[in-house]
Design a protein around this ligand. Structure first.
Ligand code: NAD
Ligand code: WQD
Length: 348
């Protein structure tokens, strides 16, 4: 019997790519998602991409805060491990609606941990974020850096990390891996699955993509006076398929002895500026991205990129793709699916 993994938020951007890699890696996968920020079409497409492994995937439309529904699922299936992606992730929205973020992200995680504990399922991979480093005083960010939340979204990640560390201290049979993602971009090379944010995108590359397909007139560049090579902000962009593979590496790590509650950065270790990223996308797409230069976005850090040493050493995982492949695959997805999983009439 292949190992069975529960994936919360598996219909979403990173979740769908991870589910595909899990299926191709021989795992059985059960996805739960309330489809708040995703479409069931993504799950269907993953099934198709997984070909003969597609039968190992099942989907339940379920809100993670619904304890009884989660209990029922755990009573009917024995899960070897859980990968927990489900959460809200828009920084600006979290500032406007902090209670929504605490309710969804914190209560969702508490419900999940409780139900896991009730059923003796003690292996967890959690989606944390580089946002827990706040505005780092130096780079690259190592996992030992002090943690700080600059907004309610980041606070939900920090609290969830602390809950995981506390749960492990209380019961050392738990094995938990906290993955701190840097900036996931790109799409599966098939162009069949990708990122499809609801409303106007907050993040750089989904916005660039919408400019390229004519859904937005121009990209606003937030800040041209940073102490960086060209004055624009620098980030560590990572191909979503590399990120997905990092989760498979984490699951294998959970099978080793001596694992407690561990933190790992998932990034490339390379910093790229906004203008470099735009240039790479223009090259990959052949489209001109009109720019509007503007002031800094409140709360933005200047330069953030990862130290990748711990993940390379302990997870035996390293990102394979560079920004050319990220932009190529993002454009492949965008040009084939200019309205994501929707349509011009039904534009989520
Ligand atoms: P996403 O919005 O595409 O996926 C999240 C999924 O969770 C969605 O399908 C959504 O419908 C689902 N969901 C949300 N709340 C739920 C609930 N209460 N019950 C059930 N399902 C629920 O986002 P993503 O980019 O794939 O991010 C996945 C995880 O990674 C999130 O926890 C996010 O905070 C984290 N993360 C994302 C980034 C990024 O830039 N994309 C960076 C660092 C960390
Ligand atoms: C990247 C760069 C912007 C949009 C956010 C979250 C973080 C994590 C990843 C989840 C910055 C610039 C952006 C635009 C721009 N998510 N930019 N014009 O800010 O590094 O991180 O997403 O955990 O928590 O804070 O990513 O893609 O928003 O911005 O100039 O329209 O692009 O100023 O320099 P960020 P981003």
């Amino acid at each position: 019997m292949p190992p069975t993994v529960l994936v919360t938020g598996g219909a979403g951007y990173i979740g769908s790519h991870t589910v595909l890699q899990l299926l191709l890696g021989g795992f059985r996968v059960v996805v739960v998602d309330n489809l708040y920020n995703s479409s069931e079409t993504a799950v269907q497409r993953v099934k198709e991409l997984a070909a003969r492994f597609g039968g190992n995937l099942s989907f339940h439309k379920l809100d993670l805060r619904d304890g009884p529904a989660l209990e029922k699922l755990f009573s009917s299936t024995r899960f070897d491990a859980v990968i927990h992606f489900a959460g809200l992730k828009a920084v600006g929205e979290s500032v406007q609606k902090p209670l929504l973020y605490f309710d969804n992200n914190i209560n969702g995680t508490i419900t999940l941990l409780k139900v896991m504990a009730n059923h003796g399922c003690k292996k967890l991979v959690f989606s944390s974020s580089a946002t827990v480093y706040g505005w780092p005083k130096k780079v690259p960010c190592t996992e030992e850096f002090s943690l700080v939340a600059m907004n309610p979204y980041a606070r939900t990640k920090l609290i969830a990390e602390e809950m995981c560390r506390d749960q492990y201290r209380a019961d050392p049979e738990w094995k938990i891996i906290l993955l701190r993602y840097f900036n996931p971009v790109g799409a599966h090379p098939s162009g069949y699955i990708g990122e499809d944010p609801r409303g106007i995108p907050n993040n750089l590359m989904p916005f660039v993509q919408q400019v390229a397909v004519g859904r937005q007139p121009a990209l606003t560049v937030y800040g041209t006076d940073y102490s960086t090579k060209d004055g624009t902000g620098v980030r560590d962009y990572i191909h979503v398929v590399d990120l997905a593979d990092g989760h498979i590496a984490a699951l294998h790590k959970l099978d080793e002895s001596g694992v407690g509650c561990e933190e790992y950065n998932l990034g490339t270790g390379k910093g790229t500026s906004v203008l470099e990223m735009v240039k790479a996308f223009e090259k990959a797409s052949g489209k001109k991205i009109p720019l509007v230069m503007a002031g800094r976005r409140p709360g933005d850090a200047e330069i953030v990129y990862a130290s990748t040493e711990r993940a390379a050493r302990e997870l035996k995982w390293k990102a394979k793709y560079g920004i050319e492949e990220m932009c190529r695959d993002q454009w492949n997805w965008a040009s084939k699916n200019p309205y994501g999983y929707g349509s011009p009439e039904n534009n989520r």
